[in-house]
Design a protein around this ligand. Sequence first.
Ligand code: G3I
Length: 305
Amino acid sequence: GTTLGASAAEKGRYFGTAVAANKLSDNTYVTILNREFNSVTAENEMKWDATEPTQGQFNFSNADRIVSHAQARGMKIRGHALAWHSQQPGWAQNMSGSALRQAMVNHVRQVATYYRGKIDSWDVVNEAFADGSGGGRRDSNLQRTGNDWIEVAFQTARAADPGAKLCYNDYNTDNWTHAKTQAVYNMVRDFKSRGIPIDCVGLQSHFNSGSPYPSNYRTTLQNFAALGVDVQITELDIEGSGTTQANTYRSVVNDCLAVARCNGITVWGIRDSDSWRASGTPLLFDGSGNKKPAYDATLSALNSG
Ligand code: G3I
C-alpha cells in the first residue's frame, strides 16, 4: 500500500489517529486524515465532561462531527472513553458513593446507547490502575464506589451496545515486567474467567524518556492476546526525532504485526503541532504536514513481511 490505512488493511488491521473536531476545518489536517487513516478516535469529544456537561443533559454535537466525518468515509471509530477518573464534569467530580455509581452507570448506558452500532471498539474504562510498584487500583472517586465499578461499567456497556468491542485502556502497561502491566493482566484474566464481558485491551503507548519503548513490548502484546482478547495500540506517540524515532516506530509496528490479535494501531494526533505534548515532535507528520522519517519507517514496516 501507499498509505498507512491501506497498508494496514492489507495486513487485516486498521491504522487510526486521534481527531479533534475543531480541526476538521483545517485543510492540511483533513487532507492527511482522509488520505492516510481508516480509523479515528475522538481526542476529547466523547469524554464525560464533553458529553454530559450537566447531569442528565447530553451533548453529542462535537463528537458527532467526528463520527459523521468517519462514517462518510468508511473509517472505523474507537469510542474514548466511557468511564475515567479524569475529565469528569464538575458535577461528577463532586459526587461519591452510590450517587456517583448510579451517575456513572447512567452515563455509560446513555452514551453507548446513543452510539449503538457505530462504534467498532469502546474504551469502556480508562486508566484505572496506579503507577509505580504497588500493582493496585488508582485511587479515584470511581474506585471509592467499590472495586466492582470496572466490571459494572463493562456489563452496562455490553447491554447498551452488544455489537461494540469493549476495551480496557491504559498507559505504562507496555513493559511486561512492570507491576501495573501485571495488575491489568490479572484483571483481564479474572474477567475472562468469570465471564465479565471484555474483548480488548488498549495499550496507549505514549513513549518518552521516562517511559521508553520496552524491548519486551511484543511479549506484553502476546501475553494479553493469549488471554483471549484483541490488543490494540491506542494512543501511540514517540518522543524524539530522525532515525532513532523512526526505528522505534518501526519496532512498534513490527511487534503488532507479529501478534495475530494486535488488530489496530492508533497514533495520538496527525502533525507534531497537533500533539497533546506541549513541546516535542512525537508524531508522523511535521507541523507543515510533511511526512517524517517516522512515517516512512511506519509505512515500510506495514508493507514488509
Ligand atoms: O476545550 C477547552 C477550551 O475551550 C479552552 O479554551 C482551553 C484552554 O485551556 O482548554 C480546552 O480544553 C483542553 C482540551 O484538551 C482540548 O484542547 C483541556 O484544557 C486539556 O486538558 C485537554 O487535554 C487533553 C487531555 O487528554 C486531558 O486529559 C488532550 O487534548 C488529550 O490529548 C489527552 O488525551 C489523553 C487520553 O484521553 C487518555 N490517555 C492520555 C492522553 C494524553 O494525555
